[in-house]
Write a protein that binds this ligand. Structure first.
Ligand SMILES: Cc1cc2nc3c(=O)[nH]c(=O)nc-3n(C[C@H](O)[C@H](O)[C@H](O)COP(=O)(O)OP(=O)(O)OC[C@H]3O[C@@H](n4cnc5c(N)ncnc54)[C@H](O)[C@@H]3O)c2cc1C
Length: 320
């Protein structure tokens, strides 16, 4: 579906959108429907790619994530957006424009830039976690909590946040175990809350997890017997993909869960001409929130271009 033709040495568009996930495709659709020329550059690794279905997506609950994006690409392209399967590797300001270099060759010159490049989930470095991520290793009760309702859920403790995760998943199942692993010692309040909700606490370090097929997951512990679970919950650290933003002179903002590109509610960043949307600027944005942020950023970029076009037209008229 995406374009495979070679780009000219420098290709001109009104806007380049970096990332073709929910945020980027929504921004591109809003821009293309405003008759802006827009190029989406997408490396094709949406964050929820490993998951079977995307939930809490109104009207399409459970849709396979890649199917949702394929439909979004088709819509954006239908309005005239171009989508390229490529990676943007460098960005710089050139006068009042931006230039973006693509990995497979060619440079794009644009008036505005939307960074919708998502984030990287930094997972605990334990055997089995990466392999089962998005299937039996979970993080978000709203994404896949319903799917493990009434099942055996083990939370691998990595921070005080793990207590909160255990309490969230306890809403979905009565069988929750918190493995303390590397989290700080539980304070009295946390211990009381866990006990009051009948959440088991196993004070042991996790050495890894093993996929047992239909039987679930085995949690391998340091010095204590293994524990059978149906699914395991972890709290990743969230790192916005911000390389291009930093190259342009931006600074990422720290957050207790990682770091992100700060922006106003419309996605405008501290760098004039650069917007951010989706997980790149909001670590907790789910699909619909990322999509909404993309639409807002697309609308804001269009309004900004209109202001510039009108000012130029007024100047031109005055000079006649
Ligand atoms: C396992 C898992 C399951 C989830 N399940 C759900 C769910 O059920 N429901 C829900 O609402 N949310 C779910 N989420 C959250 C969901 O993934 C995000 O809300 C959503 O992906 C955010 O969209 P985005 O467009 O910001 O980023 P992404 O979807 O991650 O898209 C970013 C895109 O940008 C591309 N990219 C990055 N850098 C570059 C570059 N330099 N050049 C070109 N392209 C680049 C990436 O390859 C990617 O395709 C889940 C998350 C995970 C991890």
């Amino acid at each position: 579906m995406s374009s495979t033709t070679d780009l000219p040495a420098i290709a001109h568009y009104d806007v380049a959108v970096i990332g073709g996930g929910a945020a980027g495709l929504s921004a591109a659709t809003a821009l293309a429907r405003s008759r802006r020329s827009v190029l989406v550059v997408d490396a094709g690794e949406p964050r929820n790619g490993p998951a079977e279905g995307a939930h809490n997506v109104l009207g399409q609950d459970g849709v396979p994530p890649l199917d949702l994006l394929a439909a979004g690409r088709k819509e954006a392209i239908g309005y005239g957006a171009e989508v390229r399967a490529d990676t943007a590797v460098a960005a710089r300001r050139e006068g009042d424009a931006f230039e973006v270099d693509l990995e497979e060759g060619g440079t794009v010159r644009v008036r505005r830039l939307v960074l919708a490049s998502g984030l990287v989930d930094e997972l605990p470095d334990l055997p089995g976690v990466k392999e089962m991520w998005g299937r039996k290793v979970l993080h978000c009760p709203y994404c896949h909590g319903w799917e493990v309702r009434d099942q055996r859920v083990g939370v691998i403790g990595v921070s005080p946040m793990s207590v909160h995760q255990a309490l969230l998943f306890r809403q979905l199942t009565a069988d929750v175990t918190l493995f303390t692993h590397t989290m700080p010692e539980l304070d009295a309040d946390a211990a009381e809350q866990l006990a009051a909700r009948q959440i088991r606490v196993v004070d042991a370090r996790v050495e890894g997890i093993r996929d047992e097929g239909e039987k679930g997951v085995t949690v391998v512990l340091d010095g204590t017997p293994e524990v059978e679970q149906d699914a395991v919950v972890v709290a990743p650290r969230f790192h916005a993909r911000a390389d291009l933003y930093v190259q342009l002179g931006g600074t990422v903002t720290d957050h207790p869960f990682g770091e992100f590109i700060d922006s106003d509610p419309m996605g405008k960043t501290e760098i004039p001409g650069v917007w951010a949307a989706g997980n790149a600027s909001d670590l907790s944005a789910m699909v619909m929130v990322a999509s909404g942020a993309g639409v807002m950023a697309g609308a804001a970029v269009n309004a900004d271009l209109i202001a510039e076009d009108v000012a130029a037209a007024v100047d031109a008229r005055a000079g006649q």
